[in-house]
Write a protein that binds this ligand. Structure first.
Ligand code: MN
Length: 382
Protein backbone atom coordinates (compact mmCIF):
# COMPACT_ATOMS: atom_id res chain seq x y z
CA UNK A 1 0.00 0.00 0.00
CA UNK A 2 1.34 3.39 -1.03
CA UNK A 3 0.59 6.11 1.50
CA UNK A 4 -0.60 9.33 -0.10
CA UNK A 5 -1.06 12.86 1.20
CA UNK A 6 -3.06 15.30 -0.92
CA UNK A 7 -2.77 19.05 -0.52
CA UNK A 8 -5.67 20.71 -2.32
CA UNK A 9 -8.01 17.71 -2.19
CA UNK A 10 -11.25 19.57 -2.98
CA UNK A 11 -9.98 21.30 -6.13
CA UNK A 12 -10.18 20.04 -9.70
CA UNK A 13 -6.97 17.95 -9.60
CA UNK A 14 -7.55 16.82 -5.99
CA UNK A 15 -11.04 15.45 -6.62
CA UNK A 16 -9.89 13.68 -9.81
CA UNK A 17 -6.93 12.19 -7.92
CA UNK A 18 -9.37 10.76 -5.38
CA UNK A 19 -11.43 9.28 -8.24
CA UNK A 20 -8.25 7.54 -9.42
CA UNK A 21 -7.51 6.33 -5.88
CA UNK A 22 -11.08 5.08 -5.46
CA UNK A 23 -10.51 2.90 -8.52
CA UNK A 24 -7.14 1.69 -7.18
CA UNK A 25 -8.23 1.19 -3.58
CA UNK A 26 -6.07 -1.93 -3.15
CA UNK A 27 -2.87 -0.05 -3.94
CA UNK A 28 -3.29 3.24 -2.13
CA UNK A 29 -4.19 4.56 1.27
CA UNK A 30 -4.85 8.25 1.94
CA UNK A 31 -3.05 9.47 5.06
CA UNK A 32 -3.74 13.19 4.84
CA UNK A 33 -6.06 15.60 3.05
CA UNK A 34 -5.76 19.37 2.98
CA UNK A 35 -8.44 21.70 1.68
CA UNK A 36 -9.05 25.43 1.66
CA UNK A 37 -12.57 26.55 2.48
CA UNK A 38 -14.58 23.83 0.79
CA UNK A 39 -15.56 22.05 3.98
CA UNK A 40 -18.60 20.23 2.60
CA UNK A 41 -16.64 18.30 -0.03
CA UNK A 42 -13.85 17.66 2.49
CA UNK A 43 -16.31 16.09 4.95
CA UNK A 44 -17.44 13.63 2.27
CA UNK A 45 -13.81 12.86 1.40
CA UNK A 46 -12.94 12.20 5.07
CA UNK A 47 -15.90 9.81 5.38
CA UNK A 48 -14.87 7.86 2.30
CA UNK A 49 -11.05 7.87 2.42
CA UNK A 50 -10.54 7.98 6.21
CA UNK A 51 -7.31 9.99 6.44
CA UNK A 52 -5.53 10.30 9.80
CA UNK A 53 -4.76 13.99 9.31
CA UNK A 54 -6.56 16.88 7.66
CA UNK A 55 -5.93 20.57 7.23
CA UNK A 56 -8.43 23.35 6.64
CA UNK A 57 -7.90 27.06 6.30
CA UNK A 58 -10.13 28.60 8.96
CA UNK A 59 -10.70 28.09 12.69
CA UNK A 60 -14.44 27.90 11.99
CA UNK A 61 -13.99 24.90 9.69
CA UNK A 62 -11.57 23.30 12.16
CA UNK A 63 -14.35 23.45 14.78
CA UNK A 64 -16.90 21.93 12.39
CA UNK A 65 -14.56 19.01 11.65
CA UNK A 66 -13.68 18.49 15.35
CA UNK A 67 -17.35 17.99 16.15
CA UNK A 68 -17.93 15.60 13.24
CA UNK A 69 -14.69 13.59 13.59
CA UNK A 70 -13.47 13.62 17.22
CA UNK A 71 -10.56 11.21 16.52
CA UNK A 72 -9.21 13.03 13.50
CA UNK A 73 -5.97 15.03 13.83
CA UNK A 74 -6.68 18.47 12.42
CA UNK A 75 -4.26 21.21 11.47
CA UNK A 76 -5.51 24.72 10.84
CA UNK A 77 -3.71 26.07 7.78
CA UNK A 78 -1.47 23.04 8.00
CA UNK A 79 -0.22 22.24 4.48
CA UNK A 80 3.37 22.80 5.59
CA UNK A 81 2.83 20.73 8.77
CA UNK A 82 1.50 17.84 6.71
CA UNK A 83 4.45 17.95 4.28
CA UNK A 84 6.92 18.23 7.14
CA UNK A 85 5.61 15.91 9.83
CA UNK A 86 3.30 13.15 8.77
CA UNK A 87 4.04 9.77 7.23
CA UNK A 88 3.55 9.41 3.45
CA UNK A 89 5.28 7.80 0.46
CA UNK A 90 4.02 10.35 -2.03
CA UNK A 91 2.57 13.81 -1.64
CA UNK A 92 0.31 15.28 -4.32
CA UNK A 93 0.60 19.06 -4.22
CA UNK A 94 -2.30 20.56 -6.12
CA UNK A 95 -2.98 23.76 -4.19
CA UNK A 96 -2.94 26.89 -6.36
CA UNK A 97 -0.75 29.90 -5.73
CA UNK A 98 2.69 30.58 -4.34
CA UNK A 99 1.68 28.87 -1.06
CA UNK A 100 2.32 25.54 -2.83
CA UNK A 101 6.05 26.28 -2.75
CA UNK A 102 6.47 25.85 1.02
CA UNK A 103 5.14 22.29 1.44
CA UNK A 104 7.06 21.33 -1.72
CA UNK A 105 10.31 22.50 -0.13
CA UNK A 106 9.53 20.59 3.09
CA UNK A 107 8.78 17.39 1.17
CA UNK A 108 12.04 17.80 -0.78
CA UNK A 109 14.00 18.17 2.45
CA UNK A 110 12.65 14.76 3.51
CA UNK A 111 13.74 13.22 0.19
CA UNK A 112 10.13 12.42 -0.72
CA UNK A 113 8.42 11.85 -4.05
CA UNK A 114 6.25 14.79 -5.00
CA UNK A 115 3.49 14.65 -7.59
CA UNK A 116 3.48 18.31 -8.48
CA UNK A 117 0.45 20.10 -9.90
CA UNK A 118 1.28 23.52 -8.47
CA UNK A 119 2.60 25.78 -11.23
CA UNK A 120 4.02 28.56 -9.06
CA UNK A 121 6.61 26.32 -7.40
CA UNK A 122 8.71 25.92 -10.55
CA UNK A 123 7.71 29.14 -12.30
CA UNK A 124 8.73 31.36 -9.40
CA UNK A 125 11.40 29.29 -7.67
CA UNK A 126 12.60 26.68 -10.18
CA UNK A 127 16.22 27.77 -9.77
CA UNK A 128 16.02 27.04 -6.04
CA UNK A 129 13.83 23.93 -6.11
CA UNK A 130 15.64 21.95 -8.85
CA UNK A 131 19.10 21.89 -7.20
CA UNK A 132 17.42 20.92 -3.89
CA UNK A 133 16.02 17.75 -5.51
CA UNK A 134 19.56 16.52 -6.16
CA UNK A 135 20.83 17.62 -2.77
CA UNK A 136 18.12 15.74 -0.83
CA UNK A 137 17.49 12.86 -3.23
CA UNK A 138 13.86 13.86 -3.75
CA UNK A 139 11.86 13.55 -6.95
CA UNK A 140 9.20 15.62 -8.67
CA UNK A 141 6.79 13.78 -10.94
CA UNK A 142 4.84 16.26 -13.04
CA UNK A 143 1.05 16.03 -13.06
CA UNK A 144 0.25 18.68 -15.65
CA UNK A 145 -0.61 16.86 -18.89
CA UNK A 146 2.13 18.52 -20.99
CA UNK A 147 4.94 17.84 -18.54
CA UNK A 148 3.63 14.38 -17.85
CA UNK A 149 3.72 13.74 -21.61
CA UNK A 150 7.36 14.84 -21.85
CA UNK A 151 8.21 12.84 -18.71
CA UNK A 152 6.52 9.78 -20.18
CA UNK A 153 8.44 10.14 -23.46
CA UNK A 154 11.83 10.55 -21.85
CA UNK A 155 12.51 10.08 -18.19
CA UNK A 156 16.29 10.47 -18.44
CA UNK A 157 16.42 13.37 -20.93
CA UNK A 158 19.32 11.89 -22.93
CA UNK A 159 19.71 13.04 -26.56
CA UNK A 160 16.64 15.26 -26.27
CA UNK A 161 17.07 18.39 -28.38
CA UNK A 162 13.70 20.15 -28.33
CA UNK A 163 10.57 20.02 -26.24
CA UNK A 164 7.34 20.51 -28.19
CA UNK A 165 4.57 21.68 -25.90
CA UNK A 166 1.05 21.54 -27.27
CA UNK A 167 -1.74 24.01 -26.50
CA UNK A 168 -5.41 23.59 -27.34
CA UNK A 169 -5.59 27.30 -28.15
CA UNK A 170 -8.46 27.89 -25.75
CA UNK A 171 -11.86 29.42 -26.54
CA UNK A 172 -10.45 32.38 -28.55
CA UNK A 173 -8.31 30.46 -31.00
CA UNK A 174 -10.34 31.58 -34.03
CA UNK A 175 -11.52 34.94 -32.65
CA UNK A 176 -10.19 38.32 -33.79
CA UNK A 177 -8.06 40.61 -31.62
CA UNK A 178 -11.07 42.89 -31.16
CA UNK A 179 -13.34 40.01 -30.08
CA UNK A 180 -10.71 38.85 -27.57
CA UNK A 181 -10.37 42.36 -26.17
CA UNK A 182 -14.07 42.55 -25.32
CA UNK A 183 -14.60 38.91 -24.38
CA UNK A 184 -16.95 38.26 -21.50
CA UNK A 185 -16.17 36.21 -18.42
CA UNK A 186 -18.51 33.45 -19.58
CA UNK A 187 -16.71 33.24 -22.94
CA UNK A 188 -13.30 33.09 -21.25
CA UNK A 189 -14.48 30.37 -18.89
CA UNK A 190 -15.94 28.19 -21.65
CA UNK A 191 -12.87 26.10 -22.45
CA UNK A 192 -13.46 23.80 -25.46
CA UNK A 193 -11.39 20.84 -24.23
CA UNK A 194 -10.53 20.96 -20.53
CA UNK A 195 -12.68 21.33 -17.46
CA UNK A 196 -10.55 23.15 -14.87
CA UNK A 197 -10.61 25.77 -12.13
CA UNK A 198 -11.46 29.35 -13.15
CA UNK A 199 -7.96 30.89 -12.76
CA UNK A 200 -6.26 28.34 -15.00
CA UNK A 201 -9.16 28.49 -17.48
CA UNK A 202 -8.66 32.23 -17.96
CA UNK A 203 -4.91 31.58 -18.28
CA UNK A 204 -5.71 29.07 -21.01
CA UNK A 205 -7.83 31.67 -22.82
CA UNK A 206 -4.91 34.16 -22.85
CA UNK A 207 -2.30 31.40 -23.41
CA UNK A 208 -0.50 32.56 -20.24
CA UNK A 209 -1.07 29.02 -18.99
CA UNK A 210 1.13 27.77 -21.84
CA UNK A 211 3.70 30.43 -21.03
CA UNK A 212 3.87 29.31 -17.40
CA UNK A 213 4.19 25.70 -18.60
CA UNK A 214 7.13 26.69 -20.83
CA UNK A 215 8.92 28.15 -17.79
CA UNK A 216 8.13 25.02 -15.76
CA UNK A 217 9.42 22.80 -18.57
CA UNK A 218 12.64 24.82 -18.75
CA UNK A 219 13.34 23.96 -15.10
CA UNK A 220 11.93 20.47 -14.98
CA UNK A 221 13.75 19.20 -18.06
CA UNK A 222 16.71 21.63 -17.94
CA UNK A 223 16.20 22.96 -21.46
CA UNK A 224 17.05 26.41 -22.85
CA UNK A 225 14.09 28.48 -24.02
CA UNK A 226 15.41 28.28 -27.60
CA UNK A 227 14.74 24.54 -27.41
CA UNK A 228 11.15 24.80 -26.20
CA UNK A 229 8.49 25.21 -28.90
CA UNK A 230 4.79 25.84 -28.39
CA UNK A 231 2.42 24.49 -31.00
CA UNK A 232 -1.35 24.91 -31.18
CA UNK A 233 -3.16 21.57 -31.37
CA UNK A 234 -6.93 22.08 -31.02
CA UNK A 235 -7.82 18.39 -30.58
CA UNK A 236 -5.75 18.08 -27.36
CA UNK A 237 -4.84 14.48 -28.16
CA UNK A 238 -1.06 14.88 -28.38
CA UNK A 239 -0.23 16.17 -24.92
CA UNK A 240 3.35 17.14 -25.84
CA UNK A 241 6.36 15.68 -27.62
CA UNK A 242 10.14 15.56 -27.58
CA UNK A 243 12.51 15.80 -30.52
CA UNK A 244 15.82 13.95 -30.30
CA UNK A 245 19.19 15.03 -31.72
CA UNK A 246 18.63 12.83 -34.78
CA UNK A 247 15.27 14.45 -35.59
CA UNK A 248 13.12 11.58 -34.32
CA UNK A 249 10.03 12.77 -32.45
CA UNK A 250 8.18 10.97 -29.67
CA UNK A 251 4.74 12.20 -28.65
CA UNK A 252 2.41 11.03 -25.93
CA UNK A 253 -1.27 10.76 -26.83
CA UNK A 254 -4.41 10.27 -24.85
CA UNK A 255 -7.89 11.66 -24.41
CA UNK A 256 -8.04 15.15 -22.92
CA UNK A 257 -8.59 14.01 -19.36
CA UNK A 258 -6.46 14.67 -16.29
CA UNK A 259 -7.14 11.20 -14.88
CA UNK A 260 -4.31 9.61 -16.86
CA UNK A 261 -1.48 12.03 -15.97
CA UNK A 262 -2.65 12.04 -12.34
CA UNK A 263 -2.75 8.25 -12.25
CA UNK A 264 0.68 7.97 -13.90
CA UNK A 265 2.16 10.32 -11.28
CA UNK A 266 0.68 8.15 -8.51
CA UNK A 267 1.66 4.76 -9.93
CA UNK A 268 5.00 5.67 -11.57
CA UNK A 269 7.14 3.78 -12.60
CA UNK A 270 4.32 1.25 -12.99
CA UNK A 271 1.48 1.51 -15.46
CA UNK A 272 -1.71 -0.11 -14.31
CA UNK A 273 -5.20 -0.52 -15.57
CA UNK A 274 -7.17 2.32 -14.14
CA UNK A 275 -9.91 4.79 -14.67
CA UNK A 276 -9.40 5.58 -18.38
CA UNK A 277 -7.91 2.39 -19.84
CA UNK A 278 -9.31 1.15 -23.18
CA UNK A 279 -11.16 4.35 -24.05
CA UNK A 280 -8.73 5.69 -26.68
CA UNK A 281 -9.88 5.16 -30.27
CA UNK A 282 -7.54 6.83 -32.74
CA UNK A 283 -9.69 6.03 -35.79
CA UNK A 284 -12.63 7.77 -34.17
CA UNK A 285 -10.47 10.84 -33.47
CA UNK A 286 -9.46 10.80 -37.14
CA UNK A 287 -7.70 14.13 -37.57
CA UNK A 288 -4.93 15.89 -35.66
CA UNK A 289 -3.97 19.50 -36.52
CA UNK A 290 -0.96 21.56 -35.49
CA UNK A 291 -0.07 25.20 -36.14
CA UNK A 292 2.05 28.08 -34.86
CA UNK A 293 0.62 30.27 -32.09
CA UNK A 294 -0.36 33.87 -32.92
CA UNK A 295 1.76 35.93 -30.53
CA UNK A 296 0.06 39.16 -31.52
CA UNK A 297 -3.35 37.86 -30.51
CA UNK A 298 -1.92 36.23 -27.39
CA UNK A 299 0.79 38.57 -26.04
CA UNK A 300 0.85 36.80 -22.65
CA UNK A 301 2.65 33.83 -24.21
CA UNK A 302 5.39 36.10 -25.55
CA UNK A 303 5.66 37.85 -22.17
CA UNK A 304 6.21 34.51 -20.46
CA UNK A 305 8.98 33.53 -22.89
CA UNK A 306 10.62 36.93 -22.31
CA UNK A 307 10.38 36.71 -18.51
CA UNK A 308 11.71 33.16 -18.62
CA UNK A 309 14.73 34.20 -20.70
CA UNK A 310 15.47 37.11 -18.35
CA UNK A 311 15.26 34.69 -15.43
CA UNK A 312 15.97 35.67 -11.81
CA UNK A 313 12.86 37.19 -10.23
CA UNK A 314 11.22 37.97 -13.62
CA UNK A 315 9.08 34.79 -13.79
CA UNK A 316 7.88 35.31 -10.20
CA UNK A 317 6.89 38.89 -11.06
CA UNK A 318 5.16 37.71 -14.25
CA UNK A 319 3.23 35.05 -12.40
CA UNK A 320 2.16 37.30 -9.51
CA UNK A 321 1.09 40.22 -11.72
CA UNK A 322 -0.83 37.90 -14.04
CA UNK A 323 -2.59 36.22 -11.12
CA UNK A 324 -3.79 39.54 -9.67
CA UNK A 325 -4.95 40.66 -13.13
CA UNK A 326 -6.84 37.40 -13.71
CA UNK A 327 -8.67 37.76 -10.41
CA UNK A 328 -9.51 41.38 -11.31
CA UNK A 329 -10.93 40.13 -14.64
CA UNK A 330 -12.95 37.46 -12.83
CA UNK A 331 -14.26 40.24 -10.54
CA UNK A 332 -15.39 42.23 -13.61
CA UNK A 333 -12.85 44.97 -12.82
CA UNK A 334 -10.82 44.85 -16.04
CA UNK A 335 -11.08 43.55 -19.61
CA UNK A 336 -9.50 40.32 -20.77
CA UNK A 337 -6.90 42.19 -22.85
CA UNK A 338 -5.96 44.27 -19.79
CA UNK A 339 -4.46 41.16 -18.16
CA UNK A 340 -1.37 41.15 -20.39
CA UNK A 341 -1.14 44.97 -20.22
CA UNK A 342 -1.03 44.90 -16.41
CA UNK A 343 1.50 42.05 -16.41
CA UNK A 344 3.72 43.80 -18.95
CA UNK A 345 3.60 47.09 -17.04
CA UNK A 346 4.47 45.45 -13.72
CA UNK A 347 7.37 43.54 -15.33
CA UNK A 348 8.81 46.73 -16.78
CA UNK A 349 8.53 48.65 -13.50
CA UNK A 350 10.28 46.29 -11.07
CA UNK A 351 14.03 45.76 -11.22
CA UNK A 352 14.96 42.12 -11.63
CA UNK A 353 17.24 40.34 -9.16
CA UNK A 354 19.47 37.97 -11.12
CA UNK A 355 20.16 35.08 -8.70
CA UNK A 356 17.55 35.61 -6.02
CA UNK A 357 17.23 33.95 -2.63
CA UNK A 358 13.87 32.53 -1.62
CA UNK A 359 13.21 35.70 0.39
CA UNK A 360 13.95 37.87 -2.65
CA UNK A 361 11.56 35.79 -4.75
CA UNK A 362 8.80 36.16 -2.18
CA UNK A 363 9.48 39.89 -1.95
CA UNK A 364 9.30 40.23 -5.76
CA UNK A 365 6.00 38.30 -5.70
CA UNK A 366 4.54 40.69 -3.09
CA UNK A 367 5.79 43.80 -4.82
CA UNK A 368 4.39 42.63 -8.17
CA UNK A 369 0.97 42.01 -6.61
CA UNK A 370 0.96 45.44 -4.99
CA UNK A 371 1.90 47.19 -8.24
CA UNK A 372 -0.59 45.11 -10.25
CA UNK A 373 -3.38 46.18 -7.91
CA UNK A 374 -2.35 49.83 -8.39
CA UNK A 375 -2.51 49.51 -12.18
CA UNK A 376 -5.84 47.68 -11.95
CA UNK A 377 -7.21 50.54 -9.86
CA UNK A 378 -6.12 53.04 -12.54
CA UNK A 379 -7.78 50.95 -15.26
CA UNK A 380 -11.00 50.82 -13.25
CA UNK A 381 -11.08 54.61 -12.93
CA UNK A 382 -10.64 55.16 -16.67
MN1 MN B 1 -1.44 21.92 -18.87
Amino acid sequence: MKKIAILGSTGSIGTQALEVIRKLANDFTVTALAAGNNCEILVEQIKEFKPEYVSVKSDKNTEILRKLFPNLKIFTNGIVDIAKEIDYDLILICVTGISGLFPTIEAIKRGKTIALANKETLVSAGDIVMPMLKEYGAQIIPVDSEHSAIFQCSSDGKFVKNLIITASGGPFLHKTKEEIKNATKAQALAHPKWNMGSKITVDSATLMNKGLEVIEAHHLFQKDYENIKVVIHPQSIVHSAIEFDDGSVLAQMGLPSMHLPIQYALTYPKRIEGIKSNSFNIAQIGKLEFFEPDYEKFPSLLLAFEAGKIGGTAPAILNAANEEAVYAFLNDEIKLSDISCVTNKVLSKISIVASPSLEEILYADKKARFLAKEFIKELRLN
